[in-house]
Design a binder for this molecule. Structure first.
Ligand code: AMP
Length: 116
């Protein structure tokens, strides 16, 4: 069963794609938490970091090259931004298709809130 991200990559459902090549796709998060919130996604379906294989290493490095480019194009390269990869239940990962959140355009505050 393809994930919603696989359908976006295949252009079967609409999304605001800001970058795509043969390895990765970047598109605007539908529920942004900051003025800039882009998801950078491998075109190949990898459920989470737990499913990463040595053969993915080159593509995973490319994700960061694309993150750098997208950050520049979105105007946050100099002001700063955060890259987040959620993995599994405790992280709150919703979509089982590995992705980097690129978030910026405002002060982002501490990485984590203290436990209550
Ligand atoms: P995560 O919790 O790390 O799995 O993040 C999943 C992200 O995907 C959330 O920030 C959602 O807002 C986003 N999302 C879910 N469906 C879509 C969609 N159709 N288009 C764009 N972003 C989406």
């Amino acid at each position: 069963m393809p994930t919603i991200f696989a359908k976006i990559i295949a252009k079967e459902i609409p999304a605001s794609i800001v970058y795509q090549d043969e390895l990765v796709t970047a598109f605007k998060d539908i529920n942004p938490v900051a003025p800039v919130h882009i998801l950078i996604v491998p075109n190949v379906e990898i459920a989470s970091t737990n499913d990463v294989l040595p053969e993915h290493e080159q593509m995973l490095g490319h994700l960061f090259t694309v993150a750098k480019q997208v950050a520049k194009e979105q105007g946050v390269a100099e002001s700063g931004y955060r890259l987040i990869v959620n993995n599994g239940s405790d992280s709150g990962q919703e979509v089982p298709h590995l992705h980097i959140h690129l978030i910026g355009g405002r002060k982002l505050g501490p990485l984590l809130q203290a436990r209550d």
